[in-house]
Design a protein around this ligand. Structure first.
Ligand SMILES: [Zn+2]
Ligand SMILES: [Zn+2]
Length: 249
């Protein structure tokens, strides 16, 4: 009996948070009131961001509400909504989910999203919400897709179908780390494909893509290109954490 109890406790410790996902203080809620308040006051939502790619705007870009990169080289996606910066207070919680495989952190992250962001997004109309997929190989290694684990718990309109298997990803040995935007766009080309059974359902529809982290936007741009090539009319990104843009060089 003791042995079974120990197993249960070990599993619980790995899967259920008994502390706030941000400050890690022991308490009942998955994110405590203080951390939620602080996140609400400091997160990216409070800043003027490019409507197309979600990056915080420079003063010179405020009049168009669009960053220089989207003006000069427009991406395929139409809009991007980001909760916070990658460097902000949710980064550790996301790492706990992705790298320590603590699935309950997905619940905490979705909870933060729902409390701070869901009302703002509730009127967005779309037919599908798709998580950015992992390749089958990566899925087997990690055991779950972190974007889907968060996306499945976030609040969205009743007419939006959350569909985890519509969009699929080939396995590539090289990981995307750093590099110029143009090089990353080239590297990501043709990495994604669609389940043929669902392609007809995309025709003329708005599609939401959910990603845990947006860096250069190359991945989301390639997904938007694929969806629009297959009939989607609009592609909207919902992103948990957005990295800051590279400084001027
Ligand atoms: Zn806290
Ligand atoms: Zn932009």
């Amino acid at each position: 009996m003791r042995f079974l109890e120990k197993i249960f406790q070990d599993i619980s410790a790995q899967t259920l948070p008994s502390a706030c996902i941000v400050c890690e203080r022991h308490q009942q809620d998955v994110i405590c009131g203080d951390c939620l308040k602080s996140l609400g006051s400091n997160c990216l939502l409070n800043y003027e961001c490019c409507f197309q790619c979600g990056i915080a705007l420079r003063t010179s870009e405020l009049h168009t509400q669009k960053c220089e990169s989207c003006t000069n080289n427009p991406p395929y996606f139409d809009k991007t909504y980001c909760l916070d910066r990658y460097e902000g207070s949710l980064q550790n919680a996301l790492h706990q989910l992705k790298y320590q495989k603590r699935l309950a952190y997905a619940h905490g992250l979705a909870n933060a999203w729902n409390q701070l962001f869901a009302i703002q997004l509730k009127d967005i109309d779309a037919s599908h919400l798709l998580p950015v997929p992992l390749s089958t190989e990566k899925l087997l290694t990690r055991g779950f897709n972190q974007s889907w684990e968060i996306a499945r718990k976030i609040d969205c309109g009743l007419g939006i179908r959350k569909t985890p298997f519509l969009l699929k990803r080939h396995h590539h040995k090289t990981q995307q780390v750093g590099g110029k935007i143009s090089a990353r766009r080239l590297a990501i080309r043709n990495v994604f494909y669609l389940d043929p059974c669902f392609i007809e359902s995309l025709d003329g529809q708005s599609i939401i893509i959910f990603d845990d982290v947006m860096t250069t936007g190359a991945t989301l741009n390639e997904i938007a290109r694929l969806l629009k090539d297959n009939g989607a009319s609009h592609v909207i990104n919902w992103v948990l954490l957005r990295t800051a843009r590279a400084p001027y060089v």
